[in-house]
Design a protein around this ligand. Structure first.
Ligand SMILES: C[S@@+](CC[C@H](N)C(=O)[O-])C[C@H]1O[C@@H](n2cnc3c(N)ncnc32)[C@H](O)[C@@H]1O
Length: 256
């Protein structure tokens, strides 16, 4: 299997599992556009939260390789059907990931704290009534409550705890999620941010943001602690002005 991303015709499905859609494609495009950096980075452990059909984690595994590169992949989803579908999608592409049914990463946080190099998330982000969040059925795959932030705001602190000192988070947002505020909150936790992909579809205004710790702490061979910058720092002011320039973006409650 030489393709760098998952083939749609090999992605499995189930009536209660989110099918790859514009947001899934935007996230995979973001990973593809950052692939050279990802390969240079040599991540050991990559994780997807909310894997759905498995399209994204399978694409990541195809992009970065597996046996030869020694990268380990983990994917979680709260929906057991999603794990079954992801398992079929991975198998159809000849790649492997550890699949765990979990609310975000519950039960994994102790084992994996500070160990994950790359986290990718296409969360339930659509603004909906609060009571639609977390319900059984397909609506729970996109229902995000007020401003679409109910699940997003729970994922960010978990990502902070799981990411290694040099770790990267790629997360998809809708403009109505108020991503500039999210970037400021992440800045308070010591993260820089950069928009990797921005896309206005007929129904949604999407962007994928990459977060990384501004000055990751590293211990050298003598145990001395030093700080390094993995990428040039992008001031949040730059992001703020970028968001304000994208004034054509509109708030939208619809999904695929
Ligand atoms: C928008 S879909 C994205 C699916 C897939 N990653 C993609 O991009 O096509 C969001 C996924 O997150 C899962 N999800 C929702 N709430 C979750 C939670 N609290 N913990 C883990 N997964 C969750 C849903 O079941 C769904 O599969």
């Amino acid at each position: 299997m030489s393709s760098k991303i998952a083939r749609i015709d090999l992605v499995s499905s189930h009536p209660e599992v989110y099918e790859p859609c514009d947001d899934s494609f935007a996230l995979v495009d973001a990973l593809l556009s950052d692939r050279t950096n990802l390969l240079d980075f040599h991540p050991r452990l990559c994780m997807e939260v909310g894997c759905g059909s498995g399209y994204v984690i399978t694409s990541l595994a195809l992009m970065l390789g597996q046996e030869t590169t020694g990268v380990h992949y983990i994917a979680t989803d709260i929906n057991p059907h999603a794990l079954q579908v992801t398992s079929e999608t991975l198998k159809a592409h000849g790649v492997h990931a550890e699949l765990i049914q979990a609310d975000i990463a519950s039960g994994l946080e102790k084992r994996m704290a500070g160990l994950v190099d790359v986290i990718v998330v296409n969360p339930p982000y659509v603004p909906t009534p609060e009571d639609e969040v977390g319900q059984e059925g397909i609506a729970s795959t996109w229902a995000g409550g007020e401003n679409g932030r109910r699940v997003i705001d729970r994922i960010l602190p978990v990502a902070d705890r799981l990411l290694s000192h040099k770790g990267w988070l790629y997360m998809l947002f809708l403009t109505s999620n108020n991503p500039s505020e999210i970037c400021l909150q992440m800045k308070d936790k010591g993260f820089s941010a950069r928009i990797i992909v921005q896309r206005a579809t007929e129904e949604e205004n999407l962007l994928v943001i990459k977060f990384w710790r501004d000055s990751p702490v590293q211990a050298d061979t003598n145990g001395m602690v030093t700080t390094t910058k993995t990428e040039p720092f992008m001031a949040m002011g730059s992001l703020g002005s970028l968001f304000s320039r994208l004034s054509f973006w509109r708030s939208d409650n619809s999904s695929c």
